[in-house]
Design a protein around this ligand. Structure first.
Ligand code: PFF
Length: 455
């Protein structure tokens, strides 16, 4: 039986879902993570592998998540449980939802720390603008000083978590929709201005070359894992965030068209961010392969110092980044909140508070890995890097693999066809079905198996 509404509320239109899902997808992953890992992986070849992962794995899984969410109309754990039961399959499939909650908890724990950096930078520029505070003349030292100061990191991490919790506590219509419908358009405008500046630096061509001409000798197993992890991370896939948003999607909305819109918007933002940032990096003689999590924080202030209205601009940029991070982190907190709203007697507000508090506490591990625990390594990575690797590069693809198998093999084709689009041409449906059943799962298995040393 098909449910038409969710107890948590509904998106009021297709556009609202597109904005919310794009808000989830577009975030630090596009503007902080994409440039820095592209840089670390040498540019062109990495970007092309990443784009292939988006098309062949990301898109089918994106459709699968929306289909499962909308059919189930509940939090991922309960939707999966119910759909598995009615298909006569094991309720163990709801484990995908649990894994998603754990992955989301880990992602949000470090994500909100990085979002805290952006808030801190936004505030620094605000102070320069409003009170004439000194300019950031040595961006490397400025960034280093921030990372070395646990109290400042914890403060901004907390501010960001409170902002996220506030929206989730208000619920779908009042909180999520209102936030995204104001914040998303703002974000696009600010990003286009940044692109305009990038184009004016005289290094645009060179940046295009770096981003798109592949040096295939750079391709190896770990690069492909990173590219695939980034495809999942950037589209918010593999941890049931989009599945949760799909549960609030009205039944008449066409899933393929909507999914493609979201994926295109997300990819466009990452590429535009790259095209805006790399010319700046090159124009200041910085190493485009310099990489590191501080990439944009150390490179961009140089540009903001020398461009007209650079301080106001810098403030706008870091504000943009905080906004983008905010609409993404809302979608990281919503799945566990929806589950506990369904499964306990506590109010949405109390649950949002408890989940946010637990995630904030977990985030302290990332905060301290930047300073007092910087010597501690797990598998050659610092604590924050290890959490990022485990959650984004391993758990999200594993989640995506199971989601694809569930949508492809457990749900009947009559259900998936009905949810996707009954008027869809048969070849298009078959294409999605076999990408979901075979191509995406096999690709994920091969890549992950490779990195774990199985082949
Ligand atoms: N897609 C977000 C970004 O690119 O910043 C991050 C993210 C959000 C990942 C939600 C996973 C998720 F479920």
């Amino acid at each position: 039986m098909m449910k038409t509404t969710s107890v948590h509320g509904m998106w009021s239109s297709r556009l609202m879902f597109v904005m919310a899902a794009t808000g989830s997808a577009v975030g630090l992953g596009n503007i902080w993570r994409f440039p820095y890992i592209t840089s670390e992986n040498g540019g062109g070849a990495f970007v092309l592998v990443y784009l292939a992962c988006i098309a062949l794995i990301g898109l089918p899984v994106l459709f699968a998540e929306i289909v499962i969410g909308r059919r189930g109309r509940m939090s991922p754990i309960n939707s999966l449980k119910e759909l598995a039961t009615s298909a006569g399959a094991s309720t163990a499939w709801s484990g995908i939802g649990w894994m998603g909650i754990i992955a989301g908890f880990l992602v949000l724990s470090f994500y909100s720390v990085v979002a805290g950096w952006t808030l801190s930078y936004g505030f620094d520029y605000l102070q320069q603008l409003a009170f004439g505070a000194p300019a950031i003349t040595d961006p490397g030292a400025h960034f280093g000083a921030l990372l070395a100061d646990p109290a400042r990191l914890i403060f901004w991490h907390a501010v960001f978590m409170i902002l996220t919790m506030g929206v989730v506590a208000l619920g779908v219509e009042e909180g999520l929709e209102r936030a995204v419908s104001i914040l998303m358009p703002m974000l696009f405008v600010l990003l286009l201005i940044l692109l305009g500046y990038g184009m004016s630096t005289g290094h645009f061509q060179e940046a295009v070359g770096f981003l798109f001409s592949p040096d295939w000798s750079r391709v190896d197993g770990s690069m492909i894992v990173t590219a695939m992890g980034q495809a999942f991370f950037t589209l918010s896939l593999g941890m049931c965030a989009i599945m949760t948003y799909g549960a609030y999607l009205p039944s008449h909305v066409n899933v393929p068209a909507t999914g493609v819109t979201v994926a295109l918007a997300d990819t466009a933002v990452a590429l535009v961010a790259g095209l805006a940032i790399f010319p700046i990096v090159l124009s200041f003689g910085l190493d485009p392969e310099g990489g590191g999590a501080g990439f944009i924080f150390t490179a961009l202030p140089l540009a903001f110092n020398s461009m007209p209205f650079g301080i106001a601009y810098g403030m706008a940029f870091f504000l943009l980044l905080s906004v983008a991070a905010w609409t993404s982190s809302i979608s990281l907190l919503e799945p566990p909140t929806a589950y506990f709203v369904e499964s306990t007697d506590m109010s949405r507000k109390t649950i949002a508070l408890l989940v946010a508090a637990a995630t904030w506490l977990m985030g302290l591990a990332s905060v301290f890995s930047l300073n007092i625990w910087s010597q501690v390594t797990i598998g050659g990575r610092d604590i924050m890097g290890a959490i990022e690797f485990l959650a984004a590069d391993i758990m999200l693809p594993v989640g995506g693999l199971l989601i694809a198998l569930f949508a492809g093999w457990v749900l009947s084709t009559s259900i998936t066809r009905e949810e996707l689009d009954e008027k869809m041409p048969s070849w298009a449906f078959q294409l999605w079905l076999w990408l979901t059943r075979v191509v995406a799962p096999l690709a994920i298995l091969l890549v992950l198996g490779g990195i774990l040393g199985l082949f």
